[in-house]
Design a protein around this ligand. Structure first.
Ligand SMILES: N[C@@H](Cc1ccccc1)C(=O)O
Length: 678
């Protein structure tokens, strides 16, 4: 993705590039499917062992991998060295010539009317006064700080900032040794001046700037520098302080990880909607391409196509058990709902990928034109707008997950599954996922609250010099929080879906036994009963197993009463034979009850031991990787009141596995064939 805009920001003849070139590059970067892009992103993330920074080709997958893994080696692309060096030399020369360059020989921001020729001292003072953060209780998580340094280094490679190569090398060595400057969590508005000033503080050996070791120990900046072979801290030269701090790298780094996770969640929610259709025994017609092609939104079309692919020969769609007539909106319109969200996620991801490969410094040095240019690329509006927007999409996905989960756990909607999805023998002592349902509502509410925009909260700052400022990092942090909450919802939902799949399996096994008992008992009665076998089977097939199976011996349960009714009706119309058969109905009922109690109990025991008369449908489904992940890779089982394991114990395990990045592979396993098919 980044590669398609490659060179648009490094070309020395930038003025020759027309506006439309960039729109074209942005559009062309979207020419593959969302799935292909997610596939590539996950592969970047999972197989990364090294990254060579050249200022143009960094991806959100790479940033996320480096944020989260300690052993990815970062190097600087030697081919870019000449341009970095020449911008530094240009600045060094000009700083002596007495021309006023903002932040080089003048003061900063609203105070740029001041003048000095002590260019090095000015940069030290910049870092000192920007070290205004507080880190006693909280600081920016180390993973984000590392990603921020990565993104900053990448942008400095572009050669418009007037910074020494040695400083870039020092930043790279710090990252490779996992010695990460401690940055404040809060205090940034447009450019990430405050947090980045602590990176500069470490490089210049400031005593208040600390570094965190891989073991989480806090060490002095000077000790960290010694560790990477730098005995004397750097003395910043003209413009170098500004080059380090005046930009969007921290917000862009956090936003990169948000985009990575959002792509995974966005894609997963398409797969989970198909799985929802399977366990609900929904009608898959909602995936028919006609609807989607006629609406012609690419995200919707792709979502529906993936769902159709997953459902086309799904074992759940092909059995004889009752189907949902028309799914509710959370199922039937899931492609319409998810399509726009993945379009937003994609668009945002591309914007963030442009940002991490952009020049977001000020002032800029154009050696080719022998001038510096004052502008405002530190303004992180692309980050704020992207992160505000993605949060709305995340909230909408969460809403869908909530709606699907709510249908699934309620027997009024779930097409024959037990209420609360409780799987125990005695529903009065098993409330299944009721607690998880409550938690889900809490998560969903928090997520919707987080969807509020940040950009509407801008204050005019720094004596009205920064009278609009983008708050990119704040918005990225809020989005990272939204991701956390949504991941909790997804983990909870996954446990619910797998519970439902196991219940369908139990249902089938019990259904088989009930059918045998109903017919077997009829066989032993009056021959008349045999004539009505089909009717008896129809009753068994239509009546959901879980509506009677917890109390199979109760003569008033729905199965027994319907069987009795049908036999009585038929007997009344059956002449002499019927009259005789009618007398047998009480006996049939008595025997049926006795055998059902016995056989159902036995079948339950057998099922609990993993001895299945009817195999697992899910194993033959294209969504099986999801089930396998939750049950085998994570290590969970069907929950029952009898087993004493609480839902939270399993949800936590699933959440943990998601956090470890394991769900990406599950998505690839599910849609690999779909990707290849295209
Ligand atoms: N971001 C400001 C520079 C600045 C630095 C430090 C404090 C205030 C302002 C600019 O480039 O215009």
């Amino acid at each position: 993705m980044a590669s398609s805009s490659e060179n648009l920001t490094t070309n020395s003849c930038i003025s020759n590039i027309t506006e439309s070139t960039h729109w074209k590059a942005a559009a062309e970067a979207m020419s593959c499917t969302f799935s292909e892009e997610v596939h590539r992103m996950v592969t970047h993330f999972s197989n990364l062992s090294s990254v060579n920074l050249d200022g143009t080709s960094l991806t959100v997958g790479q940033v996320t991998a480096i944020a989260r893994c300690a052993n990815i080696l970062i190097s600087l692309d030697e081919d870019t060295r000449a341009r970095v060096d020449s911008s530094f030399s240009w600045m060094a020369e000009k700083s002596q010539s007495g021309t006023g360059t903002h932040g080089v020989t003048t003061g900063f921001g609203s105070t740029s009317n001041r003048r000095t020729n002590k260019t090095s001292d000015l940069q030290s003072e910049l870092i000192r006064f920007l070290n205004a953060g507080v880190m006693i209780k909280e600081h920016l998580p180390v993973s984000y700080a590392k990603a921020a340094i990565l993104v900053r280094t990448n942008m400095l490679m572009k050669g418009y900032s007037g910074i020494r190569w040695d400083l870039l090398e020092a930043m790279t060595k710090l990252m490779n040794s996992n010695l990460i400057p401690k940055l404040p969590l809060r205090g940034t508005i447009s450019g990430d001046l405050l947090p980045l000033s602590y990176v500069a503080g470490v490089l210049t050996g400031r005593q208040n700037c600390k570094v965190l070791t891989p073991e989480g120990k806090e060490i002095l900046s000077t000790d960290a520098l010694k560790h990477i072979g730098i005995e004397a801290p750097f003395e910043l030269q003209a413009k170098e302080g500004l080059a380090l701090v005046n930009g969007t790298s921290v917000g862009a780094a956090v936003a990169s990880t948000v985009c990575y996770d959002a792509n995974i969640i966005g894609h997963l929610s398409i797969i989970l909607s198909a799985m929802f259709c399977e366990v609900m025994k929904g009608d898959p017609q909602f995936t028919d391409p006609l609807s989607h092609n006629l609406k012609h939104h690419p995200g919707q079309i792709e979502s529906a196509s993936i769902m159709k692919f997953l459902l086309d020969d799904s074992e759940y769609m092909n059995d004889s058990l009752p189907k949902l007539k028309a799914g509710r909106y959370a199922l039937r319109t899931s492609p319409q709902w998810l399509g726009p969200q993945i379009e937003v996620i994609r668009f945002v991801t591309h914007a963030i990928e442009r940002e991490i490969n952009s020049v977001n410094d000020n002032p800029l040095i154009d050696v080719s034109r022998d001038m510096s240019v004052r502008g405002g690329n530190f303004q992180g509006t692309p980050i704020d707008v992207s992160m505000d927007t993605i949060r709305v999409a995340l909230a909408a996905i969460g809403k869908l997950v909530f709606a699907q989960f709510s249908e699934l756990v309620c027997d009024y909607y779930n097409n024959g599954l037990p209420t609360n999805l409780s799987a125990g023998k005695d529903p009065s002592l098993d409330y299944g996922l009721k607690g998880a349902e409550v938690a889900m509502a809490a998560y969903c509410s928090e997520l919707q609250y987080l969807a509020n925009p940040v950009i509407t909260h801008v204050q005019s700052a720094e004596q009205h010099n920064q009278d609009v400022n983008s708050l990119g990092l704040i918005s990225a942090r809020m989005s990272a929080e939204a991701i956390e909450v949504l991941q909790l919802m997804i983990a909870t939902y996954l446990v619910g879906l797998c519970q439902a799949i196991d219940l369908r399996h139990l249902e089938e096994n019990l259904h088989r036994v009930v059918k045998q008992v109903v017919l077997g008992t009829a066989e032993n009665m009056h021959p008349f009963f045999k004539l009505y076998k089909e009717d008896l089977i129809r009753v068994v097939d239509r009546q959901p197993v879980f509506s009677y199976v917890d109390d199979p011996g109760n003569p008033d349960n729905k199965l027994i009463s319907q069987l009795r009714d049908i036999l009585v009706q038929k007997a009344f119309k059956g002449g002499e034979d019927g009259a005789e058969a009618l007398k047998m109905v009480p006996k049939y009922q008595e025997e049926l009850i006795e055998r059902l109690e016995d056989e159902v109990a036995k079948a339950r025991e057998q099922f609990a031991k993993g001895d299945y008369a009817v195999g697992m449908r899910i194993k033959k489904c294209k969504t099986y990787p999801v089930y396998r992940f939750v049950r085998e890779e994570v290590g969970t089982e069907m929950l029952t009141g009898e087993k004493k394991v609480s839902p939270g114990e399993y949800i936590e395990k699933v959440y943990d596995a998601i956090k470890e990045g394991k769900i990406g592979g599950v998505i690839i396993d599910c849609i690999d064939a779909w990707n290849k098919r295209n």
